[in-house]
Write a protein that binds this ligand. Structure first.
Ligand SMILES: [Zn+2]
Length: 87
């Protein structure tokens, strides 16, 4: 899912409200919001990926100075809707 300009603005506002203005690793003012919402898959001990599990949508913010990556729940940020509970 590609983020719109409005969603990126909302993410920046969300971060500012929580005093996230610089990279927590190198303190550079070089944080950039990735263009897409990414997911984390549920690990399965045999197959590696639990195919029937829901994905976990994340907003990714990258420090262009030290390459540190910050991941945030897109749902908690209000960017994506909560998924229905598993049956
Ligand atoms: Zn950094």
């Amino acid at each position: 899912m590609v983020l719109t300009s409005q969603q990126k603005f909302d993410i920046m506002a969300w971060c500012t409200e929580r005093s996230l203005k610089v990279c927590p690793v190198c303190s550079a003012n070089a944080l950039t919001i990735a263009d897409d919402v990414y997911t984390v898959l549920v690990y399965h001990p045999v197959t590696g990926v639990e195919k029937s599990a829901p994905a976990f949508p994340q907003v990714v913010i990258v420090c262009t100075n030290c390459a540190h990556i910050l991941n945030f729940s897109a749902t908690v940020m209000g960017i994506t809707q909560p998924l229905a509970p598993r049956p």
